[in-house]
Design a protein around this ligand. Structure first.
Ligand SMILES: [Zn+2]
Length: 291
């Protein structure tokens, strides 16, 4: 397994505290700006393989829920952002559900993704202009797009700062960047620590919070205009599964002495993950800052 060491992507500091040791990876927190990231991490080629194996298929199987979610997401973006044009680029577009929603509403859409199967699906099923390539392999024109979206891909990027700088360049002056990310400052991440359900150091290499996303956006020429924590209206929310929250909390280390006292120590599951919950994900709308 080939590992590499990297400095903090926001402030370039190499001073960091180890939060979780998950052999062979470590998840660290920058001492200077608070960014949480995997260091050392797998080299690029190893990561690409993992990504290709596990994502597209799941998304395609969830077509109807993903489609209606994408429509809601697009309508929320339209409601809160003002656009003078209608050119959209979706980075990490997967099977193309968000692009499809935008296209149906009259937008000119392009997408890129590193999942061949999902890209083929988006082309065939929705007749979308999508390509199998990474952003660094593209040569989009300066100030080409009105809206660029990054749904759930921030944690996978190898160099988020370089991405944001490039995105800023290819956005029009009044353009918007809309992204969603896991949130390492969430209630569940704080309570469940390394058992937070979105911790997966072989696939997720950056663990942003609302604060660190804002820092990186400001550093790369954006102003944050809106943020929210999607949950209650997503497919992840089911009333019945809310029982999971107190039930899984019961497996936290903090309760071990109580369970031991009650003779229930065998009941504790050490590998249980945090449940889907409000705050696990954050959505941020940022406008290009005029210079
Ligand atoms: Zn830092």
């Amino acid at each position: 397994m080939v590992l590499e060491r990297v400095p903090c992507n926001i402030c370039e500091s190499e001073a960091a505290d180890v939060l979780y040791s998950m052999d062979p990876h470590k998840i660290v927190k920058c001492k200077d700006c608070g960014l949480v990231y995997v260091n050392p991490r797998l080299k690029e080629e190893a990561l690409k393989d993992i990504y290709n194996e596990s994502y597209g298929d799941t998304y395609i199987k969830q077509e109807s829920t993903r489609s209606s979610q994408a429509e809601e997401d697009f309508d929320d973006v339209s409601k809160h952002c003002h656009f003078n044009g209608n050119k959209l680029l979706d980075i990490g577009c997967s099977a193309g559900f968000f692009l499809k929603a935008a296209k149906e509403r009259g937008w000119q859409c392009r997408g890129i993704d590193l999942d061949k199967e999902a890209v083929e699906f988006a082309k065939k099923k929705f007749d979308l202009d999508v390509e199998y390539r990474a952003l660094e392999e593209t040569d989009f024109k300066e100030k080409e797009f009105d809206l660029i979206t990054l749904w759930g891909v921030l944690a996978h990027l190898r160099d988020p700062k370089a991405y944001f700088i490039y995105i800023n360049r290819i956005l029009k002056d009044d353009g918007w960047l809309v992204l969603s990310s896991l949130n390492i400052d969430s209630i569940c991440a704080r309570l469940f620590k390394e058992r937070f359900r979105l911790i997966d150091p072989s696939a997720h290499i950056y663990y942003f919070s609302t604060t660190t996303i804002t820092k990186l956006l400001e550093l790369t020429g954006f102003e944050v205009k809106r943020r929210y924590y999607p949950f209650w209206s997503t497919p992840y929310f089911k009333w019945i599964e809310l029982w999971n929250v107190p039930l899984r909390l019961f497996h936290l280390k903090v309760y071990n002495p109580i369970l031991k006292f009650l003779g229930l120590e065998n009941f504790v599951k050490k590998d249980i993950k945090s449940p889907p919950f409000w705050g696990n994900m954050v959505v941020v709308y940022a406008r290009k800052k005029l210079t």
